[in-house]
Design a binder for this molecule. Structure first.
Ligand code: MN
Ligand code: MN
Length: 462
């Protein structure tokens, strides 16, 4: 790597064919994962399947833990923690990589089904930061669970198979849109008009709504009241596709942040056992502020680490804090890649370009770094050293221009515990849209970065 900074180098340039083929193979597997993991619950169960195939066991099934032991903790089927025990005591510090598996979407309201203008529709409540107009007139699929009052759980996944019906949110024809067109973009489509069209045949002399309820009862054995205890997510019915004549990019729903989650999963499994204990976090609820008992703020993380301390006999009153203060972490979340159509929101010396490798964000936040977790220079040097010594291409960037906006990740939550944390993930174009774009080069680069980070036995030089 030369000494020219601010010049982002295209990763594909002069790339050897062997490496290119590794990248394409890896990304093919990633795209299969995306198609099967469209919700946090689906991602969670696929990740557990993969971990179990690789000899990870529920931590509750192990009385003691030794070097090389592989364990995981399934938090309510929606978030997940995994560990590979290192040869050092846990209090010497852990190498942590943390991603999230929830994505922006539309949730069904608890009383979703209604009939209007002789059509049946579902009311939705959007989850995370979406641009509402992007969710109209596209094919949508319905995924989720309904739990009956007797505890029986019904899983729903409709709209993904070729012969499945899909659903959609309608929009006004241009001929009658004069009023709508003159509204601000963020006001033109209201949250309360994101209603999903789900049927149009009445039940005999009775209503269309009645007919839908009968169909739902036949297919899933549910009654209308069972929606009260459901979590049903409406997501784009698109499959992940190769993008471009050169097929160098991926267009797919849910890449924020399943792109980092998948790269992390592979890095955890494929990295060598090492001195420091490796921890992988697959968090839920990042898109709405990491709150709740499956979000990163929850004490479940402390509980998991505490259990490892106990089972490795390294528990003492101060062990948890000591462990955190000696630990290092990559917060594996996506960043914004420069969009050629909207370049003026980026400050190009400090922006990421897709295809130029994994990005490091020393800090996030907005305006005067409000809400930022700002990684210490010594720790940035530590991470640089890992990447540079393994020839992993990386770019250092911020989200956008200083006064334009901002964002955050789970980084500060872990940093508040005393851990050294830096954001490190894949740049995305059209982030939070139903069809996000990444470069295959960066996806693989994230995998390499997380793997090298896990395998490092360096110490930070303070
Ligand atoms: Mn994210
Ligand atoms: Mn996000």
């Amino acid at each position: 790597m030369d000494n020219v900074i601010n010049k982002k180098e295209c990763g594909w340039k002069n790339l050897d064919e062997g490496k290119k083929s590794d990248i394409f193979t890896f990304c093919g597997q990633y795209m299969t994962f995306l198609d099967r993991a469209k919700t946090e619950r689906e991602a969670n169960s696929l990740i557990i399947q993969e971990l179990e195939k690789n000899n990870f066991k529920p931590i509750s099934s192990m009385d003691t833990l030794m070097k090389g032991d592989k364990v995981y903790f399934n938090n309510r089927g929606k978030s997940l923690l995994a560990a590979v025990i290192g040869s050092d005591q846990l209090t010497e510090g852990m190498n942590i990589v943390g991603a999230h598996i929830d994505s922006p979407r539309l949730d069904l309201k608890p009383n979703p089904l209604y009939e209007d203008a002789q059509l049946a529709l579902f009311k939705t409540h959007y989850y995370g930061g979406i641009k509402k107009y992007q969710w109209t007139t596209i094919p949508l699929a319905i995924h989720g669970v309904i739990v009956k009052s007797n505890g029986e759980k019904v899983e729903i996944n409709i709209g993904e198979e070729e012969n499945d019906p899909i659903f959609t949110i309608t929009d006004l024809l241009p001929h009658l849109s004069q009023q709508q067109n003159s509204k601000k973009l963020e006001e033109a489509i209201e949250g309360e008009s994101l209603n999903i069209l789900v049927g149009s045949i009445p039940k005999g002399e009775d209503s269309v709504k009645k007919n839908i309820l009968c169909l739902l009862n036949e297919k899933y054995g549910i009654k209308e009241i069972d929606f009260y205890s459901s979590e049903i997510e409406v997501v784009p019915a698109f499959k992940a596709r190769n993008l471009g004549f050169d097929e160098s990019m991926i267009a797919a729903y849910g890449q924020d942040d399943r792109v980092c989650a998948y790269s992390l999963l592979r890095a955890l499994i494929e990295s060598e056992d090492c001195q420091y204990t490796k921890i992988a976090i697959f968090a839920d609820k990042e898109e709405i502020g990491s709150v709740g008992n499956t979000g990163m703020y929850s004490d479940v993380f402390d509980y998991f680490i505490h259990e490892i301390l106990e089972k490795t006999y390294s528990n003492s009153p101060s062990a948890l804090t000591k462990t955190y203060c000696h630990s290092r972490m990559l917060s594996a979340d996506v960043g914004a890649g420069v969009d050629p159509n909207y370049q003026d929101v980026f400050e190009k010396n400090n922006a990421s370009f897709i295809g130029c490798g994994v990005e490091l964000n020393k800090y996030t936040g907005s305006r005067g770094k409000s809400g930022a977790s700002d990684a210490n220079a010594e720790f940035v040097a530590y991470v640089r050293n890992i990447f540079e010594s393994k020839n992993i291409k990386y770019q250092v960037s911020e989200l956008g221009k200083v006064d334009i906006g901002g964002g955050g990740t789970i980084a500060f939550i872990l940093a508040n515990k005393g851990i050294d944390v830096i954001d490190c993930g894949v740049p995305v174009i059209s982030m939070h849209s139903p069809y996000e774009v990444t470069s295959k080069y960066d996806v693989y680069s994230a995998f390499e970065a997380y793997k090298a980070f896990f395998e490092s036995s360096n110490k930070i030089d303070y």
